[in-house]
Ligand binder design. Structure first.
Ligand code: B12
Ligand code: SF4
Length: 246
């Protein structure tokens, strides 16, 4: 089955990349799990949803994943509706931080994943590939829900990664890159929108070194490091900075 991950971008002049880190991470994870995946970046400004779906999705893919953040909360149900109308055989899976606030009245038969996507997305794709026959699927995956199974809860996620970045997806420009070295934040503030996981986990430093080498080889001009824990782990932070400098 062919899978497309739709990822929106905005503010290209400030942050000149069409690829979110989520898309790159999920893309590599799916690819190394044997799933045929394409990344489909789309500018959210002035987007003609119908034309986008006709040109990029209909007839090309069986399953579409959509990355939903607060800035795409209006666009996502609209795109899902237009996919249903123009490509009715396509199944839709929605993930990202905004899933926590999903209003199911706006949706039809989409599958939603709370929290980090990697292994849950693989499981949801296999569920669809197997004709949605597994009756216990939602019970066994409490972070996954749909309109028929609206109960949901965050599950404890283990930080999962297989291939480093740029194993499959290398042609992502050279101007700018989002790059992470840990996930989660130790503070867990009540008002924070970044609450995809309860615990903090750090990427293995050898893995980080391999990825930074690749970033250097590709020659990115600017790298935005995403790590809520860098200041709290000074020894590790210094190591990462040294790797970045070499
Ligand atoms: C880098 C970043 C930005 C970048 C752009 C992000 C981008 N396009 O990728 C910039 C600087 C532009 C930005 C701006 C803003 N941001 Co910001 N940003 C981040 C930050 C620090 C890192 C994002 C990231 O790459 N994380 C690492 C990746 C791997 O994690 P992830 O994106 O969560 O993806 C995982 C899961 O969500 C899930 N997932 C994601 N997509 C999908 C899709 C499918 C199908 C599935 C199954 C799963 C799935 O799986 C992924 C891998 O596990 C996060 C905080 C954080 N640490 O995550 C805030 C965050 C995403 N931003 C946030 C906000 C609010 C904003 C602003 C609106 C702030 C403002 N008031 O202006 C602006 C507006 C953005 C805009 N587009 O106009 C919120 C979003 C809350 C929400 N409910 O969506 C966050 C969570 C921060 C927070 N503390 O609240 N941001
Ligand atoms: S990222 Fe910032 S706001 Fe969110 S939990 Fe951590 S310290 Fe609090």
């Amino acid at each position: 089955m062919r899978f497309a991950l739709i990822t929106y971008y905005l503010r290209l002049s400030d942050y000149p990349t069409r690829y979110s880190l989520a898309a790159l991470r999920l893309g590599e994870y799916l690819n190394s799990s044997g799933i045929d995946v394409d990344l489909v970046p789309v500018a959210l400004v002035d987007l003609d949803f119908k034309q986008f779906v006709k040109e990029n999705i209909a007839g090309k893919y069986d399953i579409v994943g959509i990355s939903n953040y607060v800035w795409s909360r209006k666009a996502t149900p609209q795109i899902a509706k237009i996919i249903h109308e123009n490509a009715p055989d396509v199944s839709i899976i929605i993930g990202g931080p905004e899933v926590r606030y999903t209003n199911l009245d706006l949706y039809d038969d989409e599958i939603f994943i709370l929290g980090e996507g990697e292994e849950s997305l693989v499981r949801a794709i296999h569920y669809i590939e197997n004709g949605k026959k597994d009756k216990d699927f939602f019970q066994n995956n409490p972070n996954i829900f749909d309109k028929q199974h609206p109960e949901r809860e965050m599950t404890k996620e283990k930080l999962l990664y297989k291939s480093p970045l740029f194993s499959k997806f290398r042609d992502v420009g050279t101007e700018f890159l989002y790059y992470e070295t840990s996930r989660g934040c130790a503070y867990n503030c009540g008002y924070c929108g970044f609450r995809n996981r309860e615990s903090v986990e750090l990427f293995d430093l050898d893995f980080v070194e391999e990825e930074i080498k690749r970033i250097g080889n590709i020659g990115f001009k600017e790298v935005f490091v995403v790590d809520a824990n860098l200041g709290g782990t000074p020894k590790r932070a210094k190591k990462i900075m040294r790797i970045l400098q070499t």
